[in-house]
Design a protein. Structure first.
Length: 191
């Protein structure tokens, strides 16, 4: 479903654009990391210009359960600064910075309370990884009753197939899919 409207009080939620995650994607030759960063920062600039909430989420942990791909004990060592938000986001004092320790930005972070306190009814999502952190957050946002907008060109995944699956099969069930440019253009037209 394409973007139909911007609510009076939307918020931008950017997932896991942090030094360790972005550099790992770039090292793997995923050029989409640069595009994702550019488009997410374009969204943040647009939201800030109109005094709308910008929530920047990083990840600093994972669920303790065992999986086929290994649990926390099998996680590679992380370098200093791994969880720091990337410089390109140009974090501002008005931004809200949250750290998550699970896939969804709503799980044990206070995000829902923050958004409700700010009067937010619509969330625009961008970030990494499409099939994990972004999708989990989109599902939670939908479950919490927010109007969900997914700026699909402002997100990427280490696994291109996981990205494609989320964008084509999952996101249309959770909200409206669009581009970063369309979100910013609609912000400009309605403010």
């Amino acid at each position: 479903m394409p973007l139909t409207t911007i609510d009076p009080r939307p918020a931008l939620v950017v997932i896991d654009l942090q030094k360790g995650v972005v550099s790992a994607l770039a090292a793997a030759g995923r050029q989409a990391a640069d595009t994702t960063v550019d488009r997410a920062t374009h969204l943040a600039t647009g939201f800030r210009r109109h005094g709308l909430p910008v929530v920047l989420v990083n990840v600093a942990g994972r669920a303790p359960g065992r999986t086929d791909t290994g649990g926390p004990a099998n996680s590679p060592a992380r370098s200093a600064g791994w969880a720091e938000l990337i410089d390109e986001l140009d974090v501002r004092p008005t931004d809200h910075v949250l750290t998550k320790r699970r896939r969804s930005a709503f799980h044990d972070t206070g995000l829902d309370t923050l958004l409700r306190d700010l009067g937010v009814t619509q969330v625009v999502l961008a970030g990494i990884s499409t099939g994990s952190g972004v999708e989990s957050t989109a599902r939670s946002a939908s479950d919490h009753g927010y109007h969900v907008v997914l700026a699909t060109d402002a997100m990427t995944d280490p696994d291109p197939e996981a990205h494609r699956h989320s964008v084509e099969r999952v996101f249309p069930k959770l909200g409206e899919t669009t581009t970063a440019a369309e979100v910013v253009a609609m912000l400009e037209a309605t403010r």
